[in-house]
Design a protein around this ligand. Structure first.
Ligand code: M6R
Length: 614
């Protein structure tokens, strides 16, 4: 978590850094700060709360300077207040530093530095870094970039760091390990640094993604140099950004979340563009093509992910097991990495991650790799850490997802998993040509059907009005609609702070049914398919206990309509594809309830978009 931005060049740094921080605010928004170098003085402005608080505060001063570093924080160590906000500076005021990550051995380092006379102003783990660099700089008589490199040998943990020094105003030094960092090479001999490319794309498309344990030394006279922490120089690999600026704006919508919900017809289409042709009858995921036979022959596939991406993985399990008859396990990355799992060279481990930066997912992959498994990735963010450490993978191409609540990334992940299941199933001979063609055609029709679901927005808003004051909610589904129920519950709780749980519908009688009374809304996926009758029975059980039912049904359904308090119709589709449609009414419902409750939809409390700490 936390977002970092820096600039050095001829332009004024403050507006660039501030705008960048606003773009990165999804990564953390409890406090923010900037440090600016101006004519030999290093000025630091910090404020708790959002970047707009910092802006109001800093603009009371001159905020001049052609070099600056900025940070938006998601607190790990120390409360979100002005003092704990970054940048942190050395006791003599020469160095300022920003950091994203966690310094695990900060306690030992802090004791050591305190005994040497350094005073700590904040409760953060980060502050040890600036004092450590300062200590090495002075005692070993080296410049601050070299001091940073030497300091990293003492540091255990994750970091993306940028340091600025008033003694060397033409230089910025940055380093990364397990937290992302991108260098933008400007067109006017200037340079940008940021946690992701969104603050950079407006100024340049030429970027270098730093690798783990790499250090970027930016010198306005000599340009960009990259070293590893062993001090060997490396050739920077300059990539071209494909990101468009317009994708980072709200485009007339009130919130990013509702914009992203409405983008789904296009994002799903973009996801299968060039990968699916129903008329010609083929599906092809180019990124993993050379691994398909290995997947078919694998002992099993293990999907590792967190949060919404984990729910997508569960949908994938239903699809791949059913269509391709390959054994799939879905694991919370955070549990997998610590429970000494049995992994062999015949296993395929697939990470699913919107950001491609989730610390637990990354660590789970590293573990699997160390045991010889083939590791694949399904990521949205191009160039992200997960996409770079995997053997191969598929991008979801959903476009930037800014709202903290994941929406279009989920449907894109499910789309990739559907393509994967179809491709493997067909190649393995588990699906005959006729079924294959039918499913391809159905999948190709999904974007239009999503448009139809989105037309229910007004009706869903009315339903939201009725349940906006609920304290609890249950979500039920069966088969591949069970993960949709989990996802519906997660969406509601994370943005509206209503307690919600998802269950497989049949599990309700094993406990949750005790909660049902006239105040309990139960959201059920009751679409046509194998378990339709059974779900109808579950609905009756809820109604017998005076619970309120909001049911997602197949267009034209009469039976559930008679039982439910409200229905939301979705177009008929193959049962395998229902998750792609059924999830959308739940996204809209959560969105409207959160707006009605006055919640900050795009930046819910305590959350961050990218969880780069464990
Ligand atoms: O970037 P990732 O997909 O790895 O993120 C995983 C979770 O942190 C994420 O899905 C989280 O649960 C979302 N806020 C859910 O809306």
């Amino acid at each position: 978590m936390c977002g970092i931005v820096a600039y050095i060049g001829k332009k004024q740094a403050f507006p660039i850094v501030l705008k960048g921080l606003k773009r990165l605010e999804y990564r953390g928004y409890d406090s923010a700060g900037v440090a600016l170098l101006n004519n030999g003085s290093l000025n630091i402005y910090k404020r708790s709360g959002k970047v707009s608080n910092l802006e109001g505060f800093a603009l009371k001063s001159d905020v001049e300077g052609n070099a600056g570093i900025g940070h938006t924080r998601w607190a790990t160590h120390g409360a979100p207040n002005d003092v704990n906000a970054h940048p942190h500076f050395s006791n003599d005021g020469t160095l300022a530093l920003i950091h994203n990550g966690i310094i695990e051995n900060y306690d030992i380092l802090k004791k050591d530095l305190t005994s040497k006379g350094y005073t700590f102003k904040s409760e953060t783990d980060t502050e040890v870094l600036v004092h450590l660099i300062d200590d090495i700089r002075k005692n070993e008589n080296v410049w601050f970039g070299e001091a940073l490199r030497r300091a990293l040998h003492h540091v255990v943990g994750a970091y993306a760091i940028v340091v600025i020094s008033k003694d060397e105003p033409n230089k910025l030094v940055a380093a990364r390990k397990s937290s992302p960092l991108v260098v933008g090479i400007g067109n006017e001999g200037d340079f940008y640094l940021a946690s992701d490319a969104t603050p950079i794309v407006e100024y340049t498309k030429n970027v270098v993604y730093l690798e783990d344990e790499e250090i970027a030394v930016i010198d306005l006279a000599e340009g960009l140099r990259i070293y590893n922490i062993g001090d060997q120089e490396k050739t920077p690999y300059v990539q071209q950004l494909e990101l468009e600026l317009a994708a980072l704006e709200k485009g007339g919508y009130e919130h990013f979340m509702i914009k992203e919900i409405n983008e789904q017809p296009r994002s799903i289409q973009d996801c299968f563009r060039g990968r699916l042709n129903a008329t010609e009858g083929w599906v092809s995921l180019g990124g993993i093509r050379e691994y398909e036979q290995k997947m078919i022959n694998a002992n099993r596939m293990i999907i590792v992910a967190c949060g919404t991406s984990w729910h997508a993985g569960l949908v994938g399990e239903y699809l791949i097991e059913d269509l391709a008859r390959i054994n799939v396990e879905v694991e919370y990355a955070s549990e997998f990495r610590y429970r000494n799992p049995i992994i062999t060279e015949n296993d395929i481990v697939i990470a699913i991650s919107q950001s491609g930066e989730t610390a637990d997912t990354l660590a789970a992959l590293e573990l699997a790799k160390s045991k010889g498994a083939t590791i694949l990735g399904i990521c949205n963010v191009v160039g992200s850490s997960i996409s770079r450490i995997t053997d191969a993978g598929s991008y979801t191409h959903a476009g930037p997802e800014i709202g903290v609540a994941s929406t279009k990334a989920f449907t894109a992940q499910v789309t990739i998993l559907t393509l994967m299941a179809l491709s493997l199933g067909h190649k393995k001979g588990m699906i005959n040509d006729s079924k294959f063609h039918t499913l391809l055609a159905e999948l190709e029709a999904i974007p239009d059907k999503v448009k139809t679901v989105l037309e229910s927005n007004k009706a869903i808003e009315k339903i939201a009005e009725e349940y906006k004051n609920a304290s609890n909610a249950l979500y039920l589904g069966r088969g591949s609609s069970f993960p949709v129920a989990l996802e519906g519950a997660l969406k509601l709780k994370e943005i509206s702070y209503i307690h919600a749980e998802g269950y497989p519908a049949a599990e309700m009688k094993h406990g949750p049914i005790a909660l049902i009374d006239e105040n309990m809304p139960v959201f059920v996926i009751a679409t046509h398919g194998n378990s339709y009758e059974k779900v109808v029975s579950n609905i009756q059980e809820v109604k017998a206990r005076k619970g309120k039912i909001v049911a997602i049904v197949t267009q034209g359904d009469k039976h559930v309509k008679e039982l439910a308090d409200h229905i939301i119709e979705i177009p008929e589709t193959d049962e395998f594809l229902v998750p792609l449609l059924a999830t959308i009414p739940f996204q809209l419902l959560s969105y409207h309830i959160a707006v009605m409750r006055g919640c900050n939809v795009d930046q819910p409390r305590n959350l961050a978009k990218s969880v780069t700490v464990e």
